[in-house]
Design a protein around this ligand. Structure first.
Ligand SMILES: C[S@@+](CC[C@H](N)C(=O)[O-])C[C@H]1O[C@@H](n2cnc3c(N)ncnc32)[C@H](O)[C@@H]1O
Length: 281
């Protein structure tokens, strides 16, 4: 038998070589096995673990040592204070994406019964969060990946969200002609030759969720072009992009005649989301 504290110390030692957050990783994995909050570990450091719990814990530590992201090991990740099911078929939700939620809620503030699209919904975090925060909203969520759509539907069910229609579509291809107040997307935007793709968690995420042609800008250009047919006059387009793509993304928005083009910074101070309005019928 071994207690919580000495198991954590041993796990940290094993993880220190591969993770910058060894202590946190070990705690999250042990909480996952014990099905307890992190406060439990602090309150009961001397509590003995059962042999089976120890075996399961060090099995997860072995997976983490192979580099597998914590969210794929535990099968969940928090976003905007809600818990979302996550599998290796979908992008792991990022805190940066909460900026899209903040900006969307601000823009939706003065619109009653808004209609919005979330393009490339993945695990469904954007569509579900906005639908939960604004129960009067009508949301259309699309993805090219049927597996991602299945996970997004499961997340909508878990959160008991009914006001989202999920559509299998390459961007707007299967979206029937109609007008929306907001079009939101966190599309793939990493260039195929970006060295970050071979580092950390990103190595395990689906490249279809990460990589876009033309230095990462191809999907952003496609969405920005086609969104014009789907936006109400004064409707807004919001796109998340790479920290170093502000100039290129603003140029794309300008080339397609959007107005009020602004780029907003994420929590780390990086330019992360560009927004604009469509000024014609
Ligand atoms: C960066 S991930 C974003 C996932 C989720 N919205 C989030 O913020 O965590 C991009 C998503 O776009 C989807 N995608 C990629 N190409 C697409 C396409 N041509 N049409 C629709 N969705 C696409 C991917 O399957 C993936 O789920």
């Amino acid at each position: 038998m071994t207690d919580i504290q000495s198991s954590l110390t041993e796990a940290c030692r094993k993880l220190a070589e591969i993770s910058d957050s060894a202590e946190l990783d070990a705690e999250v994995l042990l909480c996952h096995i014990l099905n307890k909050p992190r406060s439990h570990l602090r309150a009961w450091p001397e509590k003995q673990l059962q042999t089976e719990q120890l075996e399961q814990f060090f099995q997860l530590i072995r997976q983490r040592r192979q580099g597998i992201p914590i969210a794929y090991i535990t099968g969940n990740r928090e976003f905007w204070s809600r818990d979302f099911k996550v599998t290796p078929e979908v992008l792991i939700p990022r805190p940066d994406t909460e900026l899209l939620i903040e900006l969307s809620l601000e823009l939706l503030h003065s619109i009653s019964k808004p209609r919005i699209i979330d393009l490339g919904t993945g695990s469904g975090i954007i569509a579900i969060t906005l639908a939960a925060e604004r129960p009067d909203i009508e949301v259309l969520a699309t993805d090219l990946s049927p597996t991602a759509l299945a996970i997004a539907r499961q997340n909508a069910e878990i959160h008991q969200i009914a006001n989202i229609e999920f559509i299998h579509s390459c961007w707007f291809n299967n979206v029937p002609p109609s007008k929306f107040d907001l079009i939101i997307s966190n599309p793939p935007y990493i260039a195929a030759n970006d060295p970050h793709l071979s580092e950390g968690d990103v190595r395990f995420e689906p490249s279809s969720a990460l990589v876009a042609e033309d230095q990462g800008l191809n999907d952003i250009r496609n969405i920005t072009d086609n969104a014009r047919r789907y936006l109400h006059k004064n409707g807004s387009l919001l796109i998340e992009h790479g920290y170093d793509q502000q100039t290129e993304v603003q140029a794309i928005f300008k080339a397609f005649d959007y107005i009020n083009i602004k780029t907003h910074q994420d929590l780390s101070g990086n330019p992360r989301v560009t927004t604009a309005q469509w000024n014609a019928e």
